[in-house]
Write a protein that binds this ligand. Structure first.
Ligand code: FES
Length: 169
């Protein structure tokens, strides 16, 4: 197959162009088909760099039998997900007993998805009005996981989270 060398400003890879032309032959019309394809780009492009990522560590609220606090780890593309979704995707427990059965499903109307940010607060969005309402008398480091966007699409780094911080008090 012939390779098309047109420079149209975009890749023609895997593009198929079909030409049909009527060619008179012996007094009757005949259809000639030709299919051209281009499987390689005329100008090589660097592969896109991967999006920045945020590493997360989630500390359990109570120590294990050896006295150390269990830690769950996760990674997320910067700015792509809420803390609540990341925890659910990685099967990391978010809610205390009441929240397990009475949470609002991430709608910002129950105030039960509380986490404490131990490190990396600057990698998250600002507290929302909903958080300011539910967490008015709580430490600044407390957030509602369903309101917390992890990363801003450009930053990367590590966020350390205390799960169920209300159990520490
Ligand atoms: S899940 Fe209800 S406020 Fe976050």
């Amino acid at each position: 197959m012939a390779s098309l060398g047109f420079n149209l400003g975009f890749s023609l890879s895997n593009l198929q162009i079909q030409h049909r032309r009527k060619v008179p032959a012996s007094g009757s019309a005949r259809v000639v088909s030709c299919i051209s394809s281009s499987s390689s780009s005329s100008s090589p492009q660097a592969p896109p760099s991967p999006p920045p990522e945020i590493e997360l560590e989630f500390f359990a609220p109570k120590p294990g039998s050896d006295g150390s606090y269990p830690v769950n780890k996760a990674k997320a593309v910067s700015g792509a997900k809420l803390m609540r979704s990341i925890m659910q995707d990685n099967k990391i427990e978010l809610y205390a007993a009441y929240g397990k059965v009475m949470n609002c499903g991430g709608g910002g109307s129950c105030g039960t998805c509380i986490v404490e940010i131990l490190e990396g607060r600057d990698l998250l969005n600002e507290r929302t009005d909903t958080e300011n309402r539910y967490l008015k008398k709580k430490p600044e480091s407390w957030r509602l996981a369903c309101q917390t966007i992890v990363g801003n699409k450009e930053n990367s780094g590590k966020v350390v989270v205390q799960r169920i911080p209300q159990w520490k008090k």
